[in-house]
Design a protein around this ligand. Sequence first.
Ligand code: GAP
Length: 505
Amino acid sequence: MEKLSIEDMAVFCKRKGFVYPNSEIYGGFSGFWDFGHLGVELKNNIKNEWWNYHVTQREDIVGIDGSIITHPKVWEASGHVANFTDLMLTTKKTKTKIRADQFIEEKLNIAADGLTSEEINKLIKKHKLKHNGEDIEELKDFNLMFETSVGPDKGQTAFLRPETAQLIFTDFRLVVDNARLKLPFGIAQIGKGFRNEISPRDFLFRCREFDMMEIEYFVHPDKDECPLIREVLNYELNFYSAEMQEKGKKPLIMKVKDALRRNMISEWHAYWLAVEQKWFTDLGAKSENFRVRQHLKKEKSHYALDTWDLEYNFPFGWKELEGIANRTDFDLQQHMQASGKDLRIYDEETKDKIIPHVIAEPSLGVERAFLVFMFDAYVYDKKRNNVVLKLNPKLAPVKVAVFPLVSNKPQLTKKAIEVYSNLKKYFNVFYDESGSIGRRYARQDEIGTPLCITIDFDSIKKNDVTIRDRNSTKQIRVKIKDLGHKIWEYMNGVKFEKLGKTILK
Ligand code: GAP
């Protein structure tokens, strides 16, 4: 089936109450989006699932929640004031601003990430490139951090954070001491990030305000073997190393152990890429839409020794979904120097003070994850002549819908409202009595509700209900008293058919 375009996805999300253009009544505000009554549920579920998998279920990672505005010196020390820039083109006549690498990519169909201003200038001259018939006037660095001021009158200039990561470094000693962390360990955070993108585009893919889910994973500077690698040795990834890209080769699907044997990737990088892709696929994303691509030298951020991206095959091509950088001790060193504070930790084994290295920084935007789950769940079902959003039950905004078979029989509606009110204490449940049963099923299929419960005349006599499965449309009969734990089992991976006796449709 052909993938939905990003524009069609934006239309679907708006029509169904997932995502709205921000301040649409004033014409919208480029790069900003609002989440509707279903979108906020899906977004919260993504964040909760991420936290559960990366923090709650692990023994080696704890979380923090740092503030959005922080001391301006943080961003000087981290290098963001000097280096967090994109090259921007300005056109001669209308003074239109365009992101230079995107302009080159679109005009010449080549990868332009990381090109220097000289290289871009040369290409513009060589190919006599114009934008909508206009000449390019100027090419300059543009810092992506939003400025604000803190305190009365003009106050002190500060920045909205462009990444959550720096708060992990500035709080590092406090977290390590209070949580009594021992290497290797991680510190995780979910929160808003802000980037004054030159050209926000592709719906939620590139926005100016977004949520980030980040981990700084610290190891001993002299120990680069990964004690957890055994967990992922047989996991398959679609590898695309820098060497493969330089030699014009295609990406290759192989097991982690084979990539390690070929010295293509470090153990820690392979471990984190596998763990991250698994998080997506366990929640229903399709593994064939993922690949892992190493950054070329010129693409790497100012702080990174090596970076691999988890990429996803978006309708507009393979793009970064999540970056995993080896930041070494760059940030802790910078903050030690700038603050004059000792951020080293005591190593029991060597009885020495050391500066741990960030061997991997898995960093993922919630909005990009949102798109992945929506694209991989969206199916147009010809037989049903309807969209079926096959979201994993853990992510689905509404878990269960409850219907009386007909709405004009008080004994049915009374029983249905009773079932609905009981389940609502534990799950996000929706009650609907309007329209035919078929129409009510179709409305729930479109928004991804995995289970629909119908109360009929037998329910009054036998205290049982029909549950219908979104994906297969199969139906089973279940006692009302068992509903709570059956739904819970289903949410936690038990197959629909195992929940009760199948009945004819
Ligand atoms: N701390 C590392 C860091 O910030 P990054 O590659 O610049 O690395 C991390 O960003 C992730 O944040 C990206 O992989 C992407 O998922 C998300 N992201 C970055 N810029 C974004 C934008 N303008 N809109 C939506 N998501 C964005």
